[in-house]
Design a protein around this ligand. Structure first.
Ligand code: G3P
Ligand code: CA
Length: 384
């Protein structure tokens, strides 16, 4: 097995895991004395994950409707090192897996006449949205809906699976991960994001406390638990740090943007401030990593082609932070201009070339809708 020196302090690289999956390696290369299932005991540090770590973004959302058990299962079966969940609450305080609280685009709610009157317009993080929202439904009501493909025009094949799965609760995902862990003989890693945490706290539906309770119940509240927490709002990450010891990542969007909790608190800092050395030092005081956009790592020029990497990798690593940028998708429409192939925006471009370029920049992992592709690219990178 090849090992590659990493700039991140304490990182251990297990290259080759990308192809074999963590099962073939014995997860993390550390003893798992408590046995599989993620319920208790040692599971190995996030620092021992294979590098580059491949994170199945919303599962394997390039192939299945996102945030369904079908999407999560496929990501795991493909060998993804971690499977991602985004969390929003129901009216009665349950955490469910959706990228947005507006479920218009990812469920069949519009086909349910009994819910027609729930359609409404809201301001969410300063943005006006019209649709149906999870916080207006009980869990029992949400469970009558079925998930569907978010971008059917781009991913027509995924519509084959429309209606097959419900919206999963996070508790169901934890149970699924525990069961899969027991079957596979190693823990299943999850990567869990709090969505719009300030907005929901304002509604009396704070996310962090119920999330922490579930993590404790499933033994994923420790520093060596097989789970990473993430949020675009640093205050959510700080709140979680007080509740559990699970590793934490601050997500970073466009450089001109401000996290919504900063907007509400009158904090003038932008993402551009947070990626400067002082900002990264501040993040490192309560988090173990950052999840920047890929553009913050390798910016694009005016034509959309990749340019020279920024200093973000080195600056973050110097502060002990891992970098897990988002999101690599195989379709031309999502790839940098220099890696597109042909003129069909929905056709696959040179995702391998793009992944190689990002890996060469020194990132520790990547969120991808196509974890199989990212795993092969990681294996290619390891062999060079
Ligand atoms: O959490 C990493 C990445 O998923 C952030 O973007 O909008 O897909 O949640 P988003
Ligand atoms: Ca996410």
């Amino acid at each position: 097995m090849t090992e590659r020196a990493q700039t991140a302090p304490g990182r251990r690289t297990l290259l080759g895991a990308a192809v074999l999956g963590t099962a073939a390696l014995g997860l993390s290369g550390t003893a798992n004395a408590a046995g599989p299932g993620g319920r208790s005991g040692r599971h190995g540090s996030y620092r021992d994950l294979p590098v580059p770590t491949v994170i199945g973004h919303r599962g394997a959302s390039g192939y299945r409707p996102e945030h369904t058990l079908g999407s999560y299962q496929l990501a795991l079966d493909m060998g993804a090192h971690i499977v991602e969940q985004d969390l929003v609450p129901t009216k009665d305080g349950h955490l469910v897996c959706r990228h947005e609280n507006d479920i218009t685009g990812t469920t069949d709610v519009a086909d349910h006449p009994e819910f027609a009157s729930r359609r409404t317009t809201k301001q969410v993080d300063g943005v006006s949205l019209t649709g149906w929202f999870t916080e207006d439904f009980t869990l029992a009501e949400l469970k009558t809906l079925r998930a569907k493909e978010r971008i059917p025009g781009t991913r027509q094949e995924n519509t084959l699976y429309d209606g097959r799965w419900q919206i999963p609760t996070f508790e169901e995902v934890l149970r699924w991960a525990d069961e899969q862990g027991r079957e596979r003989g190693e823990p299943v890693w999850l990567y869990v994001e709090t969505k719009h945490p300030s907005y929901f706290r304002g509604l009396g539906l704070g996310l962090e406390e119920p999330l922490a309770r579930l993590l404790r119940r499933h033994g994923r509240h420790r520093a060596d638990s097989p789970l990473i927490l993430q949020s675009f709002e640093p205050s959510s990450v700080q709140r979680l740090a007080k509740l559990v010891s699970t590793p934490r990542v601050v997500l970073l969007s466009g450089p001109k943007e401000r996290p919504w909790d900063f907007v509400e608190a009158g904090d003038p800092r932008t993402v551009a401030d947070l990626v400067k050395p002082a900002g990264l030092t501040w993040i490192a005081s309560f988090a173990q990593g950052i999840g920047p956009t890929l553009d913050l790592v390798v910016p694009k020029d005016a034509a959309g082609r990749l340019t020279t990497p920024t200093a973000l990798v080195a600056d973050a690593h110097a502060r002990g932070l891992v970098l897990h940028p988002y999101t690599l998708r195989n379709e031309n429409s999502f790839l940098p201009a220099d890696f597109r192939r042909g003129t069909d925006p929905n056709a696959y471009g040179d995702a391998f070339g793009a992944l190689r370029t990002y890996f060469e920049a020194g990132i520790d992992g990547i969120f991808s809708d196509n974890p199989d592709t990212a795993l092969l690219a990681a294996a290619d990178f390891a062999q060079d």
